[in-house]
Every structure is written in C-alpha cells, then in structure tokens.
Design a protein around this ligand. Structure first.
Ligand code: SF4
Length: 406
C-alpha cells in the first residue's frame, strides 16, 4: 500500500470510528438539549413518538432502552432516558447475572413515582414453570416492583421451547406478576414468529430485525402474520453488526452517504426499521449518553428515508453479506448434526467484534455447554458452509471464536 492510500485508509478508519460507531456527529442529527441536559419530564419527553404494542393496547416509546450495560452505576443515564421520553425499558436476569435488574431497581427505589411511567420488560431463559416462577420472583425483587409489564422467555430458537408454559403464563397474569407474556428470539426468528401468530396466546415478541433481514419473503410473511394476530412487535439487533468487520472503504461510503443526508449510518439503520409501522419499538443498547442522545434524535426526527437511502442500505447489505450471520441456525445446526449451535457462537463473535464488548462476548460464550466449546474446532463444517445462505466461512469463524472467546 502506498503512503497516500495508507494515510487515506487511516483517516477513513478514524473517521468511521468517530462518526459511525458512536452515532454522533456535528453534521448528523443533533443531541436533544445537549448531552447531559436536564430536560424536564413531560417537556421534551412529550416529543418522543409512541406506537401501540399490538393487542396489548399499551402505547410504548418507539425507542426502548436495552439494559445490557452497567445500570447500577449509570443512574444518570436512566434518568435522562426518562426525561427524553424513552419510557420503554428492557432488562433480563442474564444481563450481568441480575445486575441490570438491580440497577433498574435502584432507580425505582430512588424515584418511585417513575415506575408508573415506565413500560418494563424482563426476561428469563426457557425453563419449566417452577423455575420460571422462582426467576420471576427474584427478578421482581431486584427490580423493586410488584409487576413487570411484559415477561419474555429469553432467546428461544423454536416455539416448542415454550409450549409447556401457557397455563403458567395465565396464572402469573391473574396473580398480577406481569400483564403480558411473550418471548425474545435471535435464531430462527421467522419460524418462531409464524408459530406465535398461530398460537393464540402470545402477546408480544422481541426479535432480531434489521435492514438486512426485513425484505425476505419469509420475514415479511412472519411480521404480517403477527400483525394480523395482534402480537406487539419490538425489534432488536437493528444495527445488523457482523461477525466480520466490513472493509473501511465499504463502510466509509455508507457513512458518507448518510452524513450528506443529515444523519449517521447508525441513525439511518434505526429509521429503516421504524419505516415499518408494525414494529412498535426498537430496543437498543445505549450504554452512554452519546448513544442515547443520537438515538433519541433519530426517533424524534420525522424525516423519512428516501428510496435511494434504502438502496444504499441494500447495497451495503449485499456487499457485506458474507460477514453477517442471519440467525437461521436450524440450517447450519442440522448440517453439523447438532454438534455446535453455530449461530450462538456467531452471536458471541458479533458482541466481540461489532459491539466491541469482550466481556459480554466471553460471558455468553462461557454459558454454552463445555463439551460444545471444546469441540468447536474439531467439527467438519463443510456441509454447513455449503448450506449457509449468507456464504459465511463457518469453519474459519468457529476457529477464530475458539481463539478469541475461550
Ligand atoms: S452461519 Fe449461516 S446458516 Fe448458520 S445461522 Fe448464520 S447465516 Fe444461518
């Protein structure tokens, strides 16, 4: 590489880091009130759009605060989210082994009047009813509340994983421990959504949905079916970060394109999801005020994406296709005889590479069974690679995961 190109590359990488990753730029949608501003509740909060969460009838802010960060020591951020109208909060027992719930609970202890303003979700992994009851009670205690608005079984990849908890969910609703029940999913999402739409007892679903996935016929069918069934939909993983970093030139083109339009590529990716009126809200990890303020600005901005914006996102998705795992785990798992939950390992790599959160990546990886982790590099992935619709280099990525995450 000659010096000019090298310098250009460095400059561009730096630019992308500064502008693209944090989602904040002087020329992009601004920070509402300035980062750290103390907007009065009911003042700026009124400007945050809300949508109905399906048949639950609840009106939720179109931006949901994902609580997968240190909520205990970020109480100011929680306060600011509320002030800016982000009144839909999401947590899980699995986030920090209960610490995320603890942080929300600390906030509700300090500001008890805030609880009624927050639409609160917590989640627990698929389990038998007695274990779910125990987890729910512990969660409510940590959250310092008598109820949550929605309780999700967390991270299912097959609807049958929750088929046995229908009666339990009804009992818990009657007991007032939660108002609505559903699940979250980042694997085989379309199948899970389609099954939920036929079930007649699921109120709400949180699922991986983004500019890369939203246009496939099956995803469209699944979202339509849930909408018809009145299931309230919240999307997450909307940035569609990959397991392989896009090269800086490809990413630079996207960043530059959207800055010329007045927003960052991160904000554009959120807007692409909000363009679908059937998605009530986007759950986003916002661990600091820069992320929060950039996302709030995008939510409040009424400017729609143009056709050319969607085309730019489509082009980017196509050019970076082999670096993104689409979560269709049933395909690769079947091809490796069920030996490795490839998409779960891919998700850990995404946390490591795209989120830059090594601790989270290693924590989720450590939660996989020991025998799975140890056999990662000893499996023949050739059939899985042939079957993978994204064309991922699965064997190489599993080897990288083994190196980086063990
Ligand atoms: S590795 Fe490929 S087949 Fe497996 S879940 Fe990801 S995209 Fe689907």
């Amino acid at each position: 590489m000659d010096n000019t190109k090298k310098q250009q590359g460095v400059t561009r990488r730096g630019f992308i880091r500064t502008v693209g990753i944090g989602g904040v730029a002087a020329t992009a949608l601004g920070i509402p009130g300035g980062a750290g501003a103390q907007a009065p509740a009911g003042g700026q909060a009124a400007a945050m759009p809300k949508r109905k969460l399906g048949k639950t009838g609840a009106e939720v802010s179109i931006l949901c605060l994902g609580g997968m960060f240190d909520t205990v020591n970020n109480q100011l951020l929680l306060r600011q989210a509320l002030n800016w109208g982000v009144t839909y909060w999401d947590t899980a027992e699995g986030y920090g082994n209960g610490l995320s719930e603890d942080g929300f609970g600390r906030f509700f202890t300090r500001y008890p009047e805030a609880r009624k303003d927050i639409f609160l979700v917590t989640k627990f992994r698929p389990s038998p009813p007695d274990k779910l009851s125990e987890a729910l009670d512990k969660g409510l205690k940590r959250l310092q509340t008598d109820y949550v608005d929605v309780f999700f079984t967390h991270g299912i990849s097959d609807f049958n994983q929750i088929a046995g908890v229908r009666d339990w969910a009804e009992q818990m609703k009657k007991a007032g421990k939660f108002k609505f029940f559903g699940f979250s999913t980042h694997a085989n999402m379309e199948d899970c959504l389609l099954a939920a739409s036929k079930s007649g007892w699921i109120d709400s679903v949180m699922f991986t949905y983004n500019f890369r996935l939203m246009n496939t016929p099956k995803m469209k069918e699944a979202v339509d079916a849930c909408t018809q069934a009145g299931i309230g939909l919240t999307s997450f993983k909307t940035q569609a970060g990959g397991q392989v970093k896009a090269d800086s030139e490809t990413e630079f083109k996207l960043v530059q394109k959207f800055l010329e339009r007045g927003f960052t590529d991160k904000q554009a990716k959120l807007k692409a999801v909000w363009e679908n009126p059937h998605i009530a809200s986007i759950c986003s990890q916002m661990p600091n005020l820069a992320y929060l303020s950039a996302n709030v600005a995008a939510a409040r901005d009424l400017k729609s994406l143009a056709q050319s914006d969607f085309e730019a996102l489509d082009r980017f998705a196509s050019e970076t296709r082999s670096g993104y795992c689409a979560g269709c785990g049933r395909i690769c798992q079947a091809a490796v005889g069920g030996k490795v939950p490839v998409n779960d390992v891919m998700r850990c790599l995404m946390y490591y590479r795209d989120y830059g959160d090594r601790e989270l990546a290693r924590g989720v990886f450590a939660g996989l069974p020991e025998e799975v982790r140890s056999r990662l590099t000893g499996v023949d992935y050739s059939k899985a690679e042939k079957a993978c619709p994204q064309g991922l280099a699965i064997a190489a990525l599993m080897a990288e995961a083994s190196d980086l995450l063990a």
